[in-house]
Design a binder for this molecule. Structure first.
Ligand code: HAM
Length: 425
């Protein structure tokens, strides 16, 4: 008999952890919707060419895409991220600007699977299109910061840099190429290979052998145009106004090629350094145009859900919620009372579970205990005869008889009123 396991780099998220994911998404939605971001749900796969705009020289595109020919002969790819999809959606639908959207969901990258690095991983993120103003950069960064704070994370650091505009970036890349070529002998073979394709990426190298050469490399700051430089200063000033601590890191170039001007990354100092980036983002002012749309600026971020939760575990915050129901119905008559009582309680807005398979009173009470229910409703022949239920407070072990018709009133008094689960009409 075959015994199947999840594929490398994928995981089952079981209860109660999945409830934590839902809560994570709910807090994120609440945080960004407060600032006017609306939810967008792009498709999980699209024309692979959309994602090639992330940069042919990036690992994400050149090595990690889950791309294939579909049965109609189209070259499609599972999305490795959602920024390119959002920009494609903007170019396709041309909504009015500013267009502020948020998203959540899985992304796919064929990476070397390890703790904190998966082939299917979730991100939450926002993208804001159509605004050059540096105040938007500050809003975007502040929303990520607020969200981490709402989770209770204290050990997240913000690193920030500016990559300048197109011309600045190109001049910088040329200067880097020259510098690295003149030190090529001292670089690792991997870095030399990267240098051929994109000198910026060499700055990403975490290899010990490259560290010294990278430390002496030219810095982007010297190449920024006056307007990019002023924009960056305004962003930093805005962060100071909001009391958001940051560290400028001139080596921060990020792993995707569409960034212009502001780029930033959030790092958890509670995690191992190989997988400690819990989120990142920046401006991508040329991307919409690259995807065939009007020349439109954009900025956003994505936070790794899996990794942020690892950071929460490491800091002992935002644990999985305890799963429990309000009521557990114990029916030792024939099970049909449990059927109707649980159903009526669900409709009345309470959560209620029950046992199956005509189990003994003792076994059902054990299940009631495990369910975490505050009350057990016990139905035996005596209760049927008297038209009432025995209600056991699972915390105090006190029992009382409550008439059938008074059950909801009893629960309202003890657990609070609930919104009935009915069609609103
Ligand atoms: P990214 O830096 O590639 O940026 O990914 C953002 C975050 O997703 C990372 O900081 C990390 O937490 C998480 N992540 C990435 N790859 C993996 C993986 N294999 N396993 C687990 N977590 C992972 C982007 O994706 C850009 N779209 C961000 C952005 C939005 N820029 C502008 N707007």
């Amino acid at each position: 008999m075959p015994s199947f396991q999840t594929s490398p780099g994928t995981r089952d998220i079981l209860p109660p952890d999945a409830a934590r994911w839902r809560e994570f998404n709910a807090i994120f939605a609440d945080t960004v919707e407060a600032a006017g971001y609306g939810c967008i749900i792009p498709p999980i796969f699209e024309d692979a060419a959309v994602f090639h705009r992330i940069g042919e020289a990036t690992d994400v595109v050149s090595k990690e895409m889950y791309d294939f020919q579909d049965k109609g002969g189209r070259h499609v790819s599972l999305r490795p991220e959602q920024t390119a999809s959002v920009c494609r959606a903007y170019a396709q639908h041309r909504p009015t600007t500013p267009w502020k959207v948020w998203y959540t969901g899985p992304n796919f990258r064929y990476e070397k699977a390890q703790a904190g690095r998966y082939r299917q991983f979730d991100q939450v993120g926002i993208e804001a299109l159509g605004v050059h103003d540096s105040a938007l950069d500050v809003e975007v960064i502040a929303l990520a910061w607020k969200f981490y704070q709402r989770l209770g994370l204290l050990n997240v650091q913000l690193f920030i840099n500016s990559l300048g505009d197109d011309g600045d970036r190109e001049r910088y890349v040329e200067a880097l190429r020259e510098y690295f070529l003149s030190h090529a002998d001292a670089l690792t073979p991997e870095a030399r290979q990267t240098l051929d394709k994109n000198p910026l990426r060499v700055l990403d190298s975490k290899r010990q052998g490259d560290a010294e050469i990278i430390a002496g490399a030219p810095k982007i700051t010297a190449f920024l145009s006056a307007s990019a430089s002023q924009h960056f200063e305004e962003v930093l000033e805005g962060l100071r106004v909001l009391d958001i601590p940051f560290t400028q890191n001139e080596l921060l170039v990020r792993g995707l090629d569409y960034y212009r001007r502001t780029t930033f990354e959030f790092v958890s100092t509670a995690l191992e350094s190989a997988q400690n980036a819990v989120g990142g983002g920046g401006r991508y002012d040329g991307l919409v145009k690259d995807l065939g749309g009007p020349d439109t600026p954009g900025i956003g971020f994505a936070l790794g859900l899996d990794r942020t939760l690892l950071a929460c575990d490491a800091e002992g915050v935002f644990g999985a919620p305890k799963s429990s129901v309000d009521v557990f119905v114990v029916d030792v008559v024939d099970g049909t009372y449990a059927l109707s009582v649980t159903s009526a309680l669900h409709d009345a807005g309470y959560s209620a579970d029950r046992a199956f398979d005509s189990r003994s009173m003792k076994a059902q009470m054990k299940s009631a205990d495990r369910s975490g229910a505050r009350f057990a409703i016990i139905i035996a022949q005596d209760e049927v005869a008297s038209g009432s239920y025995t209600i056991r407070d699972m915390t105090s072990a006190q029992q009382q008889l409550v008439a059938k018709g008074d059950l909801v009133e009893f629960l309202t008094r003890n657990l609070g009123a609930r919104t009935p689960r009915r069609h609103p009409s």
